[in-house]
Structure formats: structure tokens, C-alpha cells
Design a protein around this ligand. Structure first.
Ligand code: FAD
Length: 694
């Protein structure tokens, strides 16, 4: 019922001519061009020597509302930008967006009473803060918190602070939305006042965007009431100014053609390599792991030898993708930009706190190919905003309907897996949408995100070479006009084809620019960085381990086995090593089938592999079923303090394994199921139970 009301609210707003518009993936942060200094060195203001004082920053830039974000994959950052944009356009707030890691928090006790703080906080993994929110979270949650004026917890030091909060979480994880829940609790305890309800979006249920839309209307109503604001008629104001640079051509060496930052442009990539500065790594080997013609799973060996990158077994590698040429063409064509795609443009924020999410000067082609998620699902809010720029009234009416009717949008757009250009192309029957300001595209689309892969090698065995095991995404929906092709994995597939000498590496006609900007990725290179994880083998190899990893969930366990086999060969005492693996058929997708024998040779009876082939028998058998059969053995190993690991599908498998383990413990230790669950919880808390799920 709540959502129906929302629909009416949204529709009414549209009829009134109120256009909610927003910024997606836009960096509004502290100063100017991030690519000159801060980007290359790591993070924003702090490292570039800028002020970490948010109170001063608000005063200086004449803002009365700051939207902080704790973001890992860009969605929270996008929502923060959208709220900032909307706060300004609809309610006249002077807003800015701030990365949580760019500021200090001990002066929040001086936050002016007439200003508003908004917190958009994603929860990562097992209830953890996102990387950029770690310090903030630790500060707010510390027992002996002290503020600049000396105020401690009992003094209610934040009684001036008015705030709003929205969390992004996933209900398949145990600590659902724990970031926003805890921060909200801490702030309240410290005397701050929340306006409206704290919102929670659920990625697990696939309702994140709708949860966000449903939360923000009543939230704004509360903010208006408490802060005495009035809604005004919003008119689209671009955030970015796009200037044609006729004095430059794409051949000029100051023009970014997809290079992520200045070092890369100047031709000498320089470390440290991290989430802001990828290493262009050679792929030294690649192969196909499946034996069916219709599905692909790639094994790749990526060299980090000449970088300063390092990894430990269980870490993740991030791959920076390139959009498929076919989709880049579609996007530029539908916007009527095809003729201009290689013209040089300068992109600048019109407000000093707005940062351009890619380096400039550049070209439309480079932006679409390397910097924006042009293939991602479309946001309904963006569709509402775009409607006003439709080529004619009929098309406009259709877009207004899509933007305001949730169910209609779902059947026509979301359920058919359309990306923005596909939607625009279909709704205008191919006529170009040349009235859309390009600024709106920069605001409305997410900045391209690197994709993570669980490293499937051991750093003990191959410290300079990272293996990955990636299944190529391809989703065909009945009735949908296009087959959805995963951005990164199809790009990797093209790289593999090139490595194997296929003259036109072009999976499914996607047509990648695999040589990279200015051919810098030639010789089979891909931009990467490493992300360290807590998914780790016990430091003492004699401890037993149990691993559950169906499908590509086996990736890190290949690394674990490589390591334990090498340790055994080196004469170390290696404990029992049990792997539960599952796939469809032995003859199709049995990953690393022949490698397991090698590990068996090294580890002998200490390595036990249990396999489930779901499509071979009359009934489907999954790893969970196998585990039940080996319940007694599992329990015995756990009593010997075995480490228990789960990797792969978060939505179903990992959750079921978790529940099942509680039941196994209950059965074989003769305790209640509740007690069994508690034991699993305690195992998690002490890292005896570890998950690497996605
Ligand atoms: P994307 O283009 O990102 O698409 C992915 C999915 O998003 C699609 O299948 C679809 O469901 C949805 N989607 C995309 N566009 C649309 C649209 N227009 N409309 C509707 N839905 C859409 N994967 C592995 O294979 N091996 C691993 O070892 C591995 N480890 C991981 C470890 C971690 C910590 C994480 C977070 C993920 C891991 N993944 C792993 C998953 C991996 O990061 C990627 O998500 C996956 O490879 C797909 O990437 P892609 O760019 O090819 O697909």
C-alpha cells in the first residue's frame, strides 16, 4: 500500500510539472579536478592536503546540506548525488556531496543547527562498513568518543545535529543494513535528531531502487516541515558544462581517450596501484574451462610481476571493464552523437563542489566506452527526468508513464533487461534523442565499476601471477529484444579469443576495443587492482578445513588447495582438507577436474573431494545434499576446530549451507536447533566460519 501511495505522489509531482532530477555517480566532493592529484594518489581531499573540516567547508561554499556517502560499488554514492540534486532543485537546499573518508568527525558537535546532514550508507559483506567509511564508523562507535569541545557520550554533544539516513544492504547477509542501523543508533545516543524514518534498501530482494524511491518522498516531507522548506517547481539545471574544444583533436596527447588518469595519459603508469589507479596487467595465459559450446567459464593468469601489487591467498582482484563497441555505438547513435563521437570536449562542474567523474578533455566515445555504466539496469527516476527531452509528445507521454507507473516500468523495462540506450531506441523507434543534455547522461548513469573476482591461485605458490575463474554472463529472457551480455566477462572472453589467435575476437558481435586507449592494452592487457579480504586459510596448516564451493564458488578453494598441496610437498604437516563441489554435469562444467588429482597426490588421504552433479541423475543433487550425507564427518572435524568456508552464490546456496550446518551440529551433538544456530553464529564471530559470497 505504501508504494501505491508513492506512485500517486510521483504522478502528482509530475503533473505539477515538478521534475525530480538528480546526479548519478557524480563526484561532488571537495575541489576541482580529481585526476590531477588526488585520484592518482589514492583518495580525495585528505591526501591532496585539503581541509578535512566539514563545518568550514559548508560555510566556505555557502551550503546548508551535506550528503555523506559510504559506498563500495558506487550505488550509495549515486543515491547521495541524487538526493543532493533533488534537495536543491525541489526544496532549495544548498547541497553538497561528501565522501566520508575525506572528513574528520570530531567536530560534528559544532554542526550548525540550521543545516542538515544526510547519511547514505552501504553495508558491505558481513556487516562491515565500506572501505571509505571505516574511520567514520570506528569513530562513531567508539566507547570513549570525544568531540572537539570535549563532549563525551553522556553530554549529548550532537544535540544540534539534524540528520537523515538511508542504508543499502542485502537481506541474504546476516547483518542486514547494519551500517545504517548502527550509525543511526550512535547518532541518536549522542543527541542528534533524525528527520523522517531511517530508510533501508534491499539488494537481496532486488528492490533497492524502489525502496529508495519509497523512502525519500515522506523523508522530504518531514525535512520540509522541520526545516520550514517549501517545495518549488524544479527545472532541469545541468551539473556539468560541456564545451567543444575545436582547438584539439583526438590525436593530441593531452586528450584522454579512456586513460584513467594523468600517469596513464603520459604513458608511464605509476604505482601505488589501487581502486583509483589500475595497473595495466598482462594476461599471460587464458583457457576455457567448460566443454559445452553454449556456456563459457574463463581461467586466466594475470601477471603482477612488474607492478608493486601483491596478494595473499583468498584476496580479490578487480578488473576494470571496457564497454562493448556495439553498446557504445547504440548509446551514441540514440543520443544523436555519432558524428561527434571523436570530437574533443572539455567537461567541467558548474558548481565548485561538483566533480567530473572522468578526466577531461576527452571524447564522447571515450566517456561511453571507458567511464560510464551504459549497459546497466535503468533507474525509473532517470526515465522520469529524460521524458521532458523526448523527440515528440507521444514518446514523452510514454516515458512519463514508464517513470511514474512502477509495475508498467517493471514489465516494460526492468523485466526485459533493457539498458538505457535500448529503452530509448525502442521507445522512439530509432529516432535520435538529440535534445537530452549530455550533462544529464553524466549525472544519470553510474560511473563504471570494476568487477571483483575471487583469486583462484595461491600467493605461496605463484606470488606474481593471479588466477581468476570467471563464468561469462549471458542471460536470455523470453520476449526480451536483446540477450543480456555481462560487461566484464564478455570483454574478458574477447581478450581470451585474441590471445588464442582468433582473427576477429568478437564474441556475439560485441566488438570490443581490446587494444585500449591509444593501443595501450595491446598484447593482451587488462586494467586491475587487488582488494585484500578476510577470507583466509588458518595460519597453522595442520588445522583441518572444510570448503563448500559449487560452480565458480570453487575459485578461492583452488587457491587454498594449491597452497596446502605445496605446503605438504615442502614437508609441512597439513591437516584434513575437505572440498564440496557441485556443478551441472561431469562432462560439461566440472571445473579443474584434472587438477584435483594432482592435489590428491600431494595431500593423500588428507584431501577429500565430494562432488554433486545436479543434472546427471533423476533428482537434482546439490552440495547441500552432500553435506547432509557427510554430516557426522563435518561435525567431527568442526569439533577438532576445523575452519569452515563457503564461497559463491549468496542468495540461496550460502544461506542454505549456513542453516544446514546448524542442523548438522544440532543432530550430531544432540543439542537443540537453536543451540546449533548459536554455535554457527559463534563460529562466524571467531572467524572459524568464513564466507566469500556474491
Ligand atoms: P554485468 O554487466 O555486471 O551484469 C551482471 C548482472 O547484472 C547480470 O547478469 C544481470 O543480472 C544484471 N544486469 C546487468 N545489466 C542489466 C540490465 N540492463 N538489466 C537488468 N539486469 C542487468 N564471478 C565469477 O565468475 N568468479 C568469481 O570468482 C567471482 N568472485 C567474486 C567475488 C566478489 C567479492 C564479488 C563481489 C563478485 C564476484 N564475482 C565472481 C562476480 C563478478 O564480480 C561479476 O559480477 C560477474 O562476473 C558479472 O560481471 P559482468 O560485468 O560480466 O556482468
Amino acid at each position: 500500500a505504501q508504494l501505491d501511495t508513492l506512485d500517486i505522489v510521483v504522478l502528482a509531482a509530475l503533473l505539477l510539472g515538478t521534475v525530480a532530477y538528480f546526479t548519478k555517480g557524480t563526484y561532488w566532493a571537495v575541489y576541482g579536478d580529481p585526476y590531477g592529484n588526488s585520484l592518482a594518489t589514492g583518495n580525495g581531499a585528505a591526501k591532496a592536503g585539503k581541509s578535512r573540516n566539514i563545518i568550514e567547508k559548508l560555510e566556505e561554499s555557502d551550503k546548508n546540506c551535506v550528503v555523506f556517502y559510504g559506498s563500495q560499488t558506487g550505488t550509495a554514492e549515486d543515491y547521495a548525488s541524487r538526493l543532493a540534486k533533488e534537495g536543491h532543485s525541489r526544496f532549495g537546499l544548498n547541497t553538497m556531496v561528501a565522501d566520508l573518508e575525506d572528513y574528520d568527525y570530531d567536530n560534528l558537535d559544532k554542526f550548525p543547527e540550521d543545516k542538515l546532514a544526510v547519511f547514505v550508507l552501504a553495508t558491505y559483506g558481513e556487516g562491515e562498513p565500506t572501505d571509505n567509511a571505516v574511520e567514520f564508523y570506528e569513530f562513531m562507535g567508539s566507547e570513549d568518543i570525544t568531540f572537539s569541545e570535549g563532549g563525551t557520550m553522556d553530554d549529548k554533544p550532537l544535540s544540534n545535529l539534524k540528520y537523515v539516513a538511508f542504508g543499502l544492504g542485502n537481506n541474504t547477509y546476516e547483518h542486514y543494513n547494519s551500517m545504517v542501523r548502527n550509525v543511526d543508533k550512535y547518532l541518536t545516543k549522542l543527541g542528534a535528531t533524525r528527520l523522517g524514518a531511517a530508510g533501508e534498501g534491499d539488494d537481496g530482494a532486488g528492490t533497492m531502487e524502489e525502496d529508495f524511491l519509497a523512502w525519500k518522498e515522506p523523508m522530504w516531507a518531514d525535512v520540509c516541515e522541520k526545516m520550514g522548506l517549501e517545495e518549488r517547481e524544479a527545472v532541469y539545471e545541468p551539473v556539468f558544462e560541456i564545451t567543444e574544444r575545436d582547438d584539439l583533436t583526438a590525436e593530441d596527447d593531452v586528450v584522454y581517450l579512456g586513460e584513467p588518469n594523468k600517469h596513464h595519459l603520459e604513458g608511464s603508469q605509476k604505482g601505488p596501484f589501487n581502486a583509483n589507479n589500475p595497473y595495466i596487467a598482462p594476461i599471460v595465459e587464458s583457457s576455457e574451462l567448460f566443454t559445452t559450446p553454449d556456456r563459457n567459464c574463463l581461467h586466466m593468469e594475470i601477471s603482477i610481476e612488474d607492478s608493486n601489487l601483491s596478494y595473499t591467498t583468498g584476496d580479490h582482484i578487480a578488473i576494470w571493464p571496457t564497454n562493448a563497441g556495439k553498446e557504445v555505438d547504440r548509446f551514441l547513435n540514440v543520443l544523436g552523437l555519432d558524428d561527434k563521437r571523436h570530437n574533443v570536449i572539455a567537461v567541467k562542474g558548474l558548481d565548485p563542489t561538483a566533480k567530473v567523474p572522468f578526466p577531461s578533455p576527452t571524447t564522447f566515445d571515450a566517456i561511453a566506452r571507458y567511464h560510464m555504466e551504459i549497459c546497466a539496469p535503468v533507474s525509473r527516476q532517470l526515465v522520469s527526468t529524460i521524458a521532458q527531452f523526448a523527440p515528440d509528445e507521444e514518446i514523452k507521454a510514454e516515458l512519463v508513464k514508464l517513470g511514474s507507473e512502477k509495475d508498467y516500468f517493471h514489465t516494460q523495462v526492468a523485466d526485459r533487461n533493457l539498458n538505457l540506450a535500448q529503452l530509448l531506441e525502442i521507445s522512439s523507434k530509432g529516432e535520435p534523442w538529440s535534445k537530452i543534455p549530455f550533462s544529464l547522461m553524466i549525472e544519470g548513469l553510474l560511473k563504471i565499476q570494476p568487477r571483483y573476482y575471487s583469486i583462484s591461485s595461491s600467493s605461496y605458490v605463484q606470488k606474481d601471477k593471479i588466477s581468476i575463474t570467471a563464468v561469462v554472463e549471458s542471460a536470455e529472457k523470453p520476449g526480451a529484444p536483446h540477450i543480456l551480455k555481462g560487461v566484464t566477462t564478455n570483454y574478458l572472453l574477447a581478450l581470451k579469443q585474441k590471445q588464442h589467435g582468433e582473427p576477429n575476437p568478437d564474441p556475439h558481435g560485441l566488438n570490443y576495443a581490446i587494444h585500449g586507449p591509444r593501443n595501450k592494452y595491446d598484447g593482451i592487457h587488462v586494467p586491475v587492482h587487488v582488494r585484500h579480504s578476510n577470507f583466509k586459510l588458518p595460519s597453522d596448516p595442520s588445522k583441518p578445513i572444510i570448503m563448500v564451493g559449487p560452480g565458480t564458488g570453487v575459485a578461492p578453494f583452488r587457491g587454498f588447495l594449491q597452497e596446502r598441496a605445496a605446503q605438504a610437498k615442502a614437508g609441512q604437516n597439513v591437516g584434513k582438507t575437505v572440498l564440496f563441489f557441485g556443478c551441472r554435469r561431469r562432462t560439461e562444467d566440472y571445473l579443474y577436474q584434472h587438477e584435483w588429482d594432482k592435489y590428491k597426490e600431494a595431500l593423500g588421504d588428507n584431501f577429500v573431494l565430494h562432488t554433486a552433479f545436479s543434472r546427471e541423475g533423476p533428482t537434482k543433487v546439490y552440495v547441500q545434499h552432500l553435506m547432509e550425507g557427510y554430516g557426522e564427518e563435518i561435525n567431527k572435524l568442526l569439533e577438532q576446530k576445523a575452519y569452515f568456508y563457503v564461497c559463491g552464490d549468496a542468495a540461496n546456496m550460502a544461506r542454505e549451507v549456513n542453516t544446514l550446518l546448524g542442523k548438522i551440529i544440532s543432530k550430531y551433538r544432540n543439542v537443540s536447533e537453536t543451540k546449533g544456530e548459536e554455535i554457527v553464529k559463534a563460529m562466524r564471530a571467531s572467524n572459524q566460519y568464513q564466507e566469500d559470497v556474491w
